[in-house]
Design a protein around this ligand. Structure first.
Ligand SMILES: [Zn+2]
Length: 235
């Protein structure tokens, strides 16, 4: 959805459209599946009855199929190797996600009411589940002063995501989470002006503007917001 929106910027100006499935690709996959099944069926039909065949022929067939499996495995690992070349290590691709699927982008990072607002505010109804934007370890899950009920997740590179003002928490300190795992429910606890998720990103202990930070990781938190805002505005 992200890709569709960013590659077709005019799409989100009006009412947001229901994503249409990529029909041509779907058709191609179906065709391939049928062709594949056909080949298998043909192969089985073309195979003479085992009882009437010299066992050595069967052994040859078996050997041939093992060979082709080996070749396939080799091709596969070669492909993997070429994919991984240029990377320091063969790590899993990093996943970054939006913490919520529907929200109103209320307050950006920057000066607000005479002081720095160190995160972004994503307005959503109280009780809306929010998820981890990235894998990591829960280093805080509890009351945290003005942030109210808060979850802090430390990522592998040492950066942290702080999720504030929750009405309830779904994780415990020390827990490992994956991107997309539910961390808690949106709320209005601590110094909060209404139900919203305050999302803050710290790098080396210093707050960063989450918008460009997440954009660099393929998550366009503002684009998503505009799409939803315009949908509301158009209805
Ligand atoms: Zn905030």
């Amino acid at each position: 959805m992200r890709q569709r929106l960013s590659s077709e910027p005019d799409r989100y100006r009006g009412r947001r459209r229901v994503p249409t499935p990529p029909r041509s690709r779907y058709a191609a996959v179906v065709t391939t599946a049928f062709v594949g099944a056909g080949v298998v069926a043909l192969g089985a039909g073309a195979m003479p009855d085992a009882k009437s065949v010299n066992p050595s022929v069967l052994d040859e067939l078996k050997a041939a199929s093992t060979l082709s499996q080996d070749a396939a495995a080799r091709a596969d690992s070669a492909e993997r190797a070429s994919r991984d070349s240029g990377r320091e290590e063969a790590a899993e691709p990093e996943v970054w996600l939006l913490p919520l699927q529907g929200y109103d982008f209320k307050s950006p990072y920057g000066m607000r009411w005479g002081k720095l607002h160190t995160g972004v505010d994503l307005v959503a109804p109280e009780g809306t589940p929010y998820v981890a934007i990235h894998d990591g370890t829960v280093t805080k899950a509890g009351w945290w002063g003005g942030y109210g009920y808060t979850v802090i997740v430390q990522h592998a590179d040492g950066s942290e995501a702080i999720y504030g003002h929750s009405s309830a928490l779904s994780v415990q300190e020390g827990q490992q989470v994956k991107a997309g795992d539910q961390l808690g429910l949106v709320g209005n606890t601590g110094h909060s002006y209404g139900s919203h998720l305050h999302l803050e990103i710290h790098v080396k202990g210093e707050p960063q503007d989450p918008v460009p930070y997440l954009q660099d990781r393929g998550v366009d938190i503002q684009l998503q917001v505009e799409a939803i805002y315009n949908e509301v505005a158009a209805s």
